[in-house]
Write a protein that binds this ligand. Structure first.
Ligand code: B12
Length: 425
């Protein structure tokens, strides 16, 4: 029997950044990869969001998944294991974007998706015949992707289950890493297997970790029909096109959709055009939000500050808009040029990247590039103002009084965010 330690990493900085989030959601990657592991391997999972890593553990192999802001922390962990002679495998978005950097700290790296090679790698490892780099040149089909191993999820979570139906996004926005990671190739699991996994969760609230639930509206509608009988509540990300399709919204709502995270990003059309997200028609935002809400679905707006047309006025103007539109929730981010993206390349060519300290690429506490029309300090202060104002009693009243969607849960949630925000100051 071999022993494999899988680590879902979260650097101390990222844990601090995310502490003001009221709801904690778990990453699916490691419990999902565990489903491919041969039966003669014992799998141990440490999720750093809740448990520190025990670097003295007796194991044969370590696998770590990480995002860019946790990269240096993971390199340090990897070094500690390797000093003990324990081989380390690294994978995840940052490895895919920066393979040569990651390779320096690992025995093996996985570039891109692992479905095709992960099982075979473990078999080769047993024979001492593995390679040092595995790349998914052809995106794997996910038609028959297995269910993640439930016993490997930790318990501190507010959802009963998390799963994915599709992977990838049809769009290629300059600031998004998906276009680089998946080359805009969208893959789908079979509706039947997604519905079976959905039904297998015993609780009520489910998160779909899809990049864009509206990639293929016909597939989504078939899925909504298949999950409706289970009478659970769910949420997911979707592009704004979801709000253009009344039938999509009707079936989503009937199947238990309670909230959609919509990447509005900016209320400036020039910003959207510049970063190749011009399909977001800013003048349509209010109407689309209203339409989504009219189906009883709350809107969580994804907002990014720091685009090239943003001036100091953007913060209060955006908040005015969100309040007038009656948006129930929002996630504010500071524009962050993740390495490998078109945005990174452009800002680098313009000499505007201020640091390559990846721990600062957290989108919440640090500005890592020179904004066009303001100082980094003003951008950071504006971002903080947006959070302060959004979760103030006045704003909560203004926003929620416009719409009665899910008031019984959106009001307590907003209050909880308000308290968490003030406690974190
Ligand atoms: C769900 C999600 C979250 C959830 C849960 C965390 C998570 N990552 O699952 C939450 C909301 C908590 C979250 C938080 C954050 N996220 Co997030 N998230 C996602 C999302 C939408 C889906 C991830 C997912 O479940 N994929 C399904 C699994 C199965 O795929 P996977 O993780 O890519 O793994 C596959 C391969 O990469 C590979 N693999 C991955 N790791 C490993 C390890 C080994 C050893 C091996 C062999 C293989 C391997 O095998 C898997 C199968 O092919 C992605 C978008 C995306 N498509 O990746 C963004 C994404 C990963 N997030 C991103 C970011 C920026 C963040 C935050 C930093 C945001 C913030 N400012 O707080 C935080 C960081 C949290 C942390 N702890 O570090 C970026 C990462 C960019 C980057 N350069 O790192 C992404 C790509 C979004 C984007 N559009 O750019 N996120």
């Amino acid at each position: 029997m071999y022993r494999l330690l899988l680590i879902t990493s979260s650097s101390p900085e990222i844990r601090r950044v995310r502490r003001a989030r009221v709801l904690s959601f778990q990453q699916i990657t490691m419990p999902y990869l565990a489903a491919f592991v041969p039966g003669n391997w014992e799998v141990i999972h440490t999720d750093e969001a809740v448990t520190p890593v025990d670097v003295s553990m007796e194991i044969d192999l370590v696998g770590i998944t990480f995002h860019t802001p946790s990269a240096f922390h993971v390199y340090d962990l990897a070094t500690q294991f390797r000093k003990r002679g324990i081989p380390v495998v690294l994978g995840g978005p940052h490895v895919t974007l920066m393979p040569d950097e990651a390779q320096q700290y690992a025995d093996v790296i996985f570039v891109g998706e692992a479905e095709t090679h992960w099982f075979q790698f473990l078999r080769d490892f047993e024979k001492g015949q593995h390679k040092y780099r595995y790349s998914s040149n052809v995106p794997p089909t996910l038609e028959n992707a297995p269910m993640a191993r439930k016993e490997l999820f930790h318990r501190r979570d507010y959802t009963a289950g998390r799963l994915f139906a599709t992977r990838g996004c049809i769009y290629g926005c300059d600031f998004c890493t998906l276009a680089v990671m998946y080359q805009r190739k969208v893959r789908k699991r079979s509706v039947e297997s997604v519905a079976a996994e959905y039904a297998s969760f015993t609780g009520k609230v489910i998160i779909f970790w899809d990049d864009n639930m509206a990639n293929d509206p016909e597939y989504a509608k078939a899925l909504f029909r298949a999950i409706e009988p289970h009478r659970k509540w769910w949420s997911s990300q979707a592009s704004i096109q979801a709000g253009e399709d009344a039938n999509f919204l009707e079936l989503a709502a009937r199947s238990g959709c309670k909230q959609l995270f919509i990447g509005l990003e900016s209320i400036s059309q020039s910003n959207m055009n510049e970063v190749h997200k011009g399909f977001n028609r800013v003048e349509e935002y209010a109407r689309i939000i209203q339409r989504i809400q009219s189906h009883g679905i709350a809107v969580q707006a994804g907002i990014v500050f720091g685009f090239d047309n943003d001036t100091e006025a953007v913060f209060s103007e955006t908040l005015d808009f969100l309040e007038a539109a009656g948006v129930q929730n929002a996630t504010f981010n500071i524009l962050t040029p993740y390495p490998g993206t078109k945005l990174y390349q452009r800002l680098e060519a313009e000499g505007r990247i201020l640091t390559r300290d990846w721990s600062k690429y957290n989108s919440r506490e640090d500005v890592v590039f020179q904004p066009r029309h303001m100082s980094p300090e003003t951008l950071l202060e504006g971002y903080r103002y947006a959070n302060r104002r959004f979760y103030s009693p006045t704003s909560i009243f203004r926003r929620l009084s416009h719409s009665s969607v899910g008031l019984w849960w959106t009001l307590p949630l907003n209050m909880a965010y308000m308290l968490a925000f003030w406690n974190s100051q």
